[in-house]
Design a protein around this ligand. Structure first.
Ligand code: NAP
Length: 285
């Protein structure tokens, strides 16, 4: 079984991102700037934000954090976000999800300006993705496509099954797979025949957020697995995905590990999106 190594690919991609960040600095006289917004005190979100800021630094992108207290009102958040988004020295903005009440993901999405929307979550960005006219694409779905392309996993005419229909993973990755000429089935918690669909698939993307949802018995021989799920196991604290790893190597042709598969590609695409948005603005779009 081929390991689809997102960590290794993200290191290869970092070389190019570093060059682009350097070129931007040369032309603009400052670094491209990503503002990461954290609301509340969720420890996992705080770690994700820290890692994103460190990843930016590693390729020469300037990244700063704005922190809002849990319970921040919609009015106060919208007013601050408007200031951040109108700052000429900020090229891209990422709001770390989930956000605590009274904010909601859908409400936050609606506040994002597409020209600075680093994770392509605004309704306009999602519409552009649907139309195949994106400026930037959602980071995790785009990272999955880049990984499949790098390892030359054929998609045209193949049956791809996506398990999960969130706006951050399932729906956009299904759309990107369609754009790669795959035939796509999207399953969710109300689907009656998810296991049968998965068993018939050439490529399976699992983004259900349920550890152990599938195992080696659920896949067709020679299939490719992208496991998006990420969970901290007890009691050892190790990370695992939505799919049990034992026995997969006897069935699958290729699979992403957890950790080290989709996660690093998500961050790599966030860095690329920041540069794409910064370059667009520099060119006056
Ligand atoms: P989410 O918003 O909770 O969505 C989960 C989706 O899975 C929903 O559409 C749900 O269906 C579906 N689902 C749940 N149980 C199912 C079942 N038994 N059979 C079929 N479908 C089922 O989750 P998400 O934000 O997309 O994230 C999914 C996982 O990916 C999580 O573990 C998350 O931590 C991880 N993640 C990883 C990265 C990364 O970079 N590695 C990025 C984002 C997310 P309904 O719509 O019917 O409820």
């Amino acid at each position: 079984m081929k390991i689809l190594d997102g960590k290794a690919l993200s290191l290869i991609r970092a070389e190019n991102l570093r060059l682009r960040a350097k070129e931007f600095h040369k032309q603009k006289g400052r670094s491209a700037h990503l503002k990461v917004i954290l609301v509340g005190k969720d420890p996992a979100s705080a770690v994700y934000v820290k890692n994103k800021i460190l990843a930016c630094q590693s390729v020469g992108i300037h990244s700063t954090q704005a922190t809002f207290a849990e319970g921040t009102s919609k009015e106060a958040f919208a007013s601050e976000l408007m200031q951040i988004q109108s700052d000429e020295n900020i090229d891209a903005v990422l709001v770390q999800l989930p956000v605590p009440p009274p904010l909601t993901e859908e409400w936050v999405q609606n506040q994002l300006h597409p020209s600075k929307d680093a994770d392509a979550l605004s309704f306009e960005s999602l519409g552009r993705l649907m139309a195949g006219r994106s400026w930037v694409k959602s980071c995790t779905p785009q990272g999955i496509i880049e990984l499949l392309k790098h390892y030359q996993i054929a998609l045209a005419g193949k049956h791809c099954v996506v398990v999960g229909r969130s706006l951050i993973v399932g729906k956009p990755v299904a759309q990107l797979l369609v754009q790669e000429n795959a035939t796509v089935t999207l399953c969710h918690s109300q689907s009656r025949d998810t296991k049968a669909q998965v068993k018939s698939a050439d490529v399976v993307v699992v983004a259900a957020g349920k550890p152990g949802l599938f195992g080696s018995e659920d896949f067709k021989t020679g299939a490719t697995l992208i496991d998006v799920g990420i969970h901290r196991q007890t009691p050892d604290g190790k990370l695992c995905g939505d799919v049990r790893w034992d026995g997969l190597d006897k069935v699958l042709a290729a699979a992403t590990p957890v950790p080290g598969g989709v996660g690093p590609m998500t961050i790599s695409c966030l860095l690329e999106n920041t540069l794409i948005l910064a370059e667009r603005r520099m060119k006056g779009f």
